[in-house]
Design a protein around this ligand. Sequence first.
Ligand code: GDP
Length: 301
Amino acid sequence: DMKQDVFPVVHWFPGHMAKATRMIKEYVKKVDVVIELLDARIPRSSANPVISEVVGEKPHIIVLNKADLADPKETKAWTEYFTTQGMTVLAIDSKSGKGNKQLVKAVERLSQPIIDKWLKKGIRSRSVRTIILGIPNVGKSTLINKLAGAAATRTADKPGHTRGQQWVKIGKNLELLDTPGVLWPKLEDQRAAARLAMTGAISDDVYDLESVMKQLLRQVKENNPNLLVERYKLKPEELDDMEQLLESIGRRRGCLVSGGVVDLDKARRIVLADYRNQKLGNLTLDGVDEEPVIIEDTIEY
Ligand code: GDP
């Protein structure tokens, strides 16, 4: 049971979640536009369960990060999906900085109505402010550093802000809070939790490797069986049986213990590392057309 495996170690207990929600709501009050960072490989699984409550009515842009690791066709499908939902969405690769300029432009566009309103009211317009929200490991710090590094100046600490927090100028009239809002992932949803594990969003020692890898291998096999055949020098018929498949991979990779028995755990770790290092292709794990796993929300905020 993934839930039991994941929950006790990650320390996102209801109390922590309630506190994080309160803190981020305070942050969000200070900004005009919210940037929600998702992992392009798992746009549904990397979303926070209460994000809409946290964001409220603020203009909001969805950014699919790590697009370099995702399947471009799927990224396009997800972009269309969010657009159909009336969202502003953009795919980027914050590690290389690809898409960062478009992101700044998109946030500026989203904030234009706010600036227009200020002007109409005769308010001397100040800079528009934004914050990056997302679950751990989705790339928040990488993106902040890239955007801040590109910025010429950092505004000085102003009274009333949490010590150490700064607004960084990232556009003509745009400032970014240099501290991200850290949200918790969808751990109650077992399929999402497994995919978070596959992408490395949750720590390696808190989930059941066997069940996670069963799902990953199945998805790799469905998506691109040829990659598996080539990578592990398999005979096509070795893909027919899932149990057999892992054993065959282990055998090819010399994961043997005494008596010629395959060390399946070692084989699982090899395949997982290969997926994460893109040796098994740019595989997007969340499908737009998949039935979302609806979970009963038993946590009170
Ligand atoms: P945070 O916990 O959300 O602040 O995530 P980090 O910024 O620390 O990033 C987590 C890991 O993802 C790091 O190893 C980054 O180098 C990597 N990363 C971040 N953005 C990207 C991206 O767009 N593409 C790739 N390939 N890796 C990324």
